[in-house]
Ligand binder design. Structure first.
Ligand code: ADP
Ligand code: MG
Length: 259
């Protein structure tokens, strides 16, 4: 069991995960001894080459896949936000937000009030009776996040949540999403192939090798920032470039060179 202490409360413990897929061409080794921990309120980014096994790690944590060996310890609920926002186009924003609670039979007045408060806090309340198609991509992602937060997750899993957004929107939305995660003080795992995004948002970055993914390195991110950290401000920190170069190098050591 994960022990609760005052400082550095561990909310997730991933221990020695190995994962294989059985395909028509035989056995595909995907994860090789993946171990890491996530503390309360911490954002952990996972970066790795495309097809290395990032989504598979999230699916194992979410218990959608059973690993060949290893285990995942978690105390509370998992909130999973996918690459696409999966909002239902025929439901209003408000009714989209309640889906998770309905499925879990937790649609209590208190939980509804919590969702309503988040809508107000993040300036989306006026859109509650609109339909998803009336909202911008960035707003949709923030709605998807509120929906995920509605079930009070202990750990949030974010699988390349900004990849469908254009660059400008991406920067704005990652700022908003960062604030929301830190405000609600929950732990998050952010899968991304964007090194800058990882450095700007994460407290810790896990760098994966090519498939079968093993952990190449784990970086604790410490940036010099005046005042409160935001991902946009983080990009101007003097250490940013240094982290970028190191992680870039680690990722490209893996890459098979085709040119
Ligand atoms: P990433 O998210 O890092 O791009 P994935 O975790 O989605 O990578 O996939 C890792 C590897 O496992 C890929 O080669 C992919 O084709 C393969 N894979 C993923 N899911 C399955 C599955 N259900 N069956 C067989 N192979 C799979
Ligand atoms: Mg993926």
């Amino acid at each position: 069991m994960i022990k609760k202490g005052d400082l550095c409360v561990k909310v997730l413990d991933v221990k020695g995960i190995n994962m294989n897929f059985f395909t028509e061409d035989g056995e595909l080794e995907v994860l090789d001894n993946i171990s890491f921990t996530v503390n309360k309120g911490e954002i952990v980014a996972i970066v790795g080459p495309s097809g290395s096994g990032k989504t598979t790690i999230l699916n194992v944590i979410a218990k959608l896949l059973t690993p060949v060996s290893g285990e995942v310890e978690i105390n509370g609920e998992i909130g999973y936000m996918f690459q696409r926002d999966h909002l239902l186009e025929w439901r209003t924003i408000w009714h989209n937000l309640l889906i998770g609670l309905e499925i879990k039979h937790q649609k209590t007045p208190q939980q509804c009030e919590k969702v309503e408060n988040m809508l107000r806090k993040y300036q989306l309340y006026d859109f509650r009776n609109r339909y998803p198609k009336e909202l911008s991509g960035g707003m949709r992602q923030r709605i998807a996040l509120i929906r995920t937060l509605a079930i009070d997750p202990e750990v949030l899993l974010l699988d390349e949540p900004f990849s469908s957004l254009d660059y400008q929107t991406r920067l704005m939305v990652s700022d908003d999403v960062y604030k929301m995660i830190k405000n609600e003080n929950i732990a998050a795992i952010l899968v991304t192939h964007d090194i800058s995004e990882a450095i700007s948002m994460a407290d810790k970055i896990i760098v994966l090798t090519q498939r079968p993914a093993s952990i190449k390195n784990i970086h604790k991110i410490k940036l010099t920032i005046e005042g409160e950290k935001t991902p946009l401000k983080a990009r101007t920190a003097k250490e940013f470039r240094e982290y970028f170069d190191i992680i870039w190098k680690e990722l490209n050591d893996n890459e098979k060179k085709h040119y």
